[in-house]
Write a protein that binds this ligand. Structure first.
Ligand code: F6R
Length: 609
């Protein structure tokens, strides 16, 4: 989603801003822009539709210089991707502004401003903000005061950064509902939507809180809380982020991140040598809260929602805890009835997903005994607002398609299952079996990664196809859903997942020689039933690709290709099979020539509704 970088320095900042934008490209965007205040205190602006490379080209052809500036990558919400709609937006040739989020009352504000004589040139919801700033500045006062007056009029979500030619060494920012961090330097300070953008210039960050305003100059950082008082916010030192941006020998971040999974999984459960140690990973308040849990309500979006669906099988089967799972965009707007003793669990790689955050915020204390987040990003909004926190240790994930974040979420949720199971008399031997299975997991994933070439060969059959079906049963059904999501998002092949038993209730009508059917078939108690479902596909001319435990008794036959998977403990199979499906999508996308790391129309961190 949109990205912001801003700088107030004593040195030239155009290259810092462009590098920041390059480092934010992973978030997904469709246009980019940059505004600098030049030596004569004039605004210099480049805006381009398309990639940051286009903006760099514009800057090469017509170099602009300045020590104060703002830059932006835009993911279109209001108005098509175009140079005109790209940020920064300006008003009166004096103020420039970049914005992440959505302003819900933009139409009312627009009418008000037009009435007063402001000319609105773009189709965005953002442009009204810069005119409001200009209007406040025109009647006197500082840029900070103008920002305070402006945000008071806004309804919706925003992270903002603005510059004013009459305050040439200052950048003012504000956030509500969208993240914004301050990068603290020596003789220079910065703003950005995430720390990644600024890791080349600093390792010290201030995470702004909801409704904070901030004013930076080369020499100072001042933060103000919603009530207008100056606020003290701690400075955090971040170590991660420099190496993550390096692709090493890999062709894409996605494949690098797929191959990082053994270490990421290991790091996520490291030290969990017994179930008591596992509870500690959820924070000191966890044991007391876990004692009260009678039911779990999981809320998440996309891939994280699939992790929740897998967890439901574990929580009910292993821990004996009732569990329901819902996508956040539905949950947040629904009238709900909760049972006493329900724990709210939100899952989010980024910790910033707008719908998941809104779901947490509108969940009342009457409904839930407490909240737990599983996230990959420390200090994210969800992490700051939940009672209990489990941080996965996937490391920064740059590829838009979630891979290592998903499998580490599954590890976290299996650990939650163990922690809750212990409080419901899950036998010690079963607890130990699960811990041993977790310890085997990195090796099972390594064995799956060795199938990379075999999966690449298998993927060739998908290149000419326009549709694909994914089938699974039981706990492998959400894994089939995740496989289908991965294939559609990066290869643009339309893919759907079904529980295999549902096939003859409709989707079987789609099956012909042009419809590849991928089946996830581990060697569990549902295998016999799955085999019958697959026969139904084969006898209708469908082409089957079966990811099967090598001990499951499948063999290649005409129109049936088997991918023999390593034999591994049953409880971790959903994680292991996911890795094989990630490789399948990656190779299909690679051969189709799509933009694997930045698939069209998608964003990494979905900070708008
Ligand atoms: C798909 C994908 C998305 C995210 C979803 C939620 O590969 O990455 O479906 O899972 O946008 O994002 P988070 O987990 O950050 O809340």
């Amino acid at each position: 989603m949109c990205g912001i970088v801003a700088a107030a320095a004593r040195r030239e900042v155009s290259e810092i801003l462009l590098e920041g934008l390059r480092r934010l490209e992973y978030r997904g965007y469709d246009s980019a822009g940059m505004a600098l205040i030049d030596q004569e205190h004039g605004l210099r602006i480049h805006k381009r539709k398309g990639k940051v490379a286009e903006l760099e080209k514009a800057q090469r052809e017509q170099p602009y210089h300045g020590t104060t500036g703002i830059a932006h990558t835009r993911w279109a919400t209001h108005g098509e991707p175009s140079g005109v709609n790209a940020h920064p937006h300006i008003s009166g040739r004096r103020v420039a502004l970049v914005h992440n989020g959505i302003i819900e009352n933009h139409a009312t504000l627009r009418a008000e401003l037009v009435e007063e004589g402001y000319e609105i040139t773009s189709a965005t919801d953002t442009e009204v903000i810069v005119h409001l700033l200009h209007r406040s500045l025109a009647i006197g006062g500082s840029l900070l005061q103008a920002m305070q007056q402006t945000v008071a009029k806004l309804e919706g979500a925003y992270a903002l950064a603005a510059i004013d030619t009459q305050n040439p060494d200052t950048v003012v920012g504000a956030r509500k509902g969208s993240p914004l961090v301050v990068g603290v330097g020596i003789g220079e300070n910065f703003l950005a939507s995430d720390t990644m953008a600024l890791r080349q210039v600093t390792d010290r960050f201030i995470y702004l809180e909801e409704a904070d305003l901030v004013c930076i100059t080369p020499a100072s950082v001042q933060v103000y809380s919603a009530d207008g008082r100056e606020a003290k916010r701690p400075i955090a030192r971040i170590e991660e982020g420099l190496e993550a941006a390096d692709m090493g020998d890999f062709e894409h971040y996605m494949i690098k991140e797929i191959f990082e999974q053994p270490e990421a999984l290991e790091a996520t459960f490291a030290g969990a040598i017994n179930a008591q140690k596992i509870e500690e990973r959820f924070g000191p308040a966890a044991p007391a809260l876990f004692d009260q849990v009678k039911k779990v309500q999981i809320v998440a979006c996309g891939t994280s929602f699939h992790a929740g669906m897998v967890a439901r099988y574990w929580l009910e089967e292993i821990a004996g805890v009732s569990c329901v799972v819902e996508v956040a965009s539905e949950f947040r707007y629904r009238k709900r009835v909760q049972h006493a003793g329900t724990l709210l669990v939100v899952i989010s790689q980024s910790g910033e997903t707008a719908d998941t955050l809104a779901a947490l915020r509108n969940a009342s204390a009457d409904e839930f005994i407490g909240s737990l987040v599983v996230s990959n990003v420390d200090n994210s909004s969800l992490v700051r607002e939940c009672d209990l926190v489990f941080l996965t240790r996937a490391g920064i994930e740059i590829g838009v398609a979630s891979t290592k974040a998903f499998t580490t979420q599954l590890v976290a949720l299996l650990m939650l299952t163990l922690a809750l199971g212990r409080r419901r008399e899950l036998p010690d031997s079963r607890q130990q079996d699960i811990i041993t299975a977790l310890q085997d997991l990195p090796q099972c994933v390594r064995q799956t990664l060795e199938l990379n070439e075999a999966i690449r060969l298998l993927s060739e059959a998908f290149i000419p196809k326009r549709h694909a079906l994914f089938l699974g049963r039981g706990i492998q059904y959400p894994i089939a859903m995740e496989g289908a999501l991965k294939l559609k998002e990066i290869s643009y092949i339309h893919a759907e997942a079904y529980p295999a038993g549902e096939l003859k209730h409709g989707p079987l009508a789609l099956v012909d020689h042009d419809m590849p059917v991928v089946a996830v078939a581990p060697n569990d108690e549902l295998l016999g039933k799955l085999k019958s479902n697959l026969e139904e596909v084969r006898s209708r001319g469908g082409e089957l690709f079966v990811f099967a435990d090598k001990e499951a008794g499948f063999a290649n036959e005409p129109r049936v290709q088997i991918l023999p998977m390593p034999h591994c403990p049953e409880v971790i199979r959903p994680i292991v099979y996911t890795v094989a499906l990630q490789l399948l999508s990656y190779h299909v996308a690679l051969q189709k020539g799509t933009d694997v790391d930045k698939p069209r129309n998608l964003a990494k961190s979905v900070t708008v509704e």
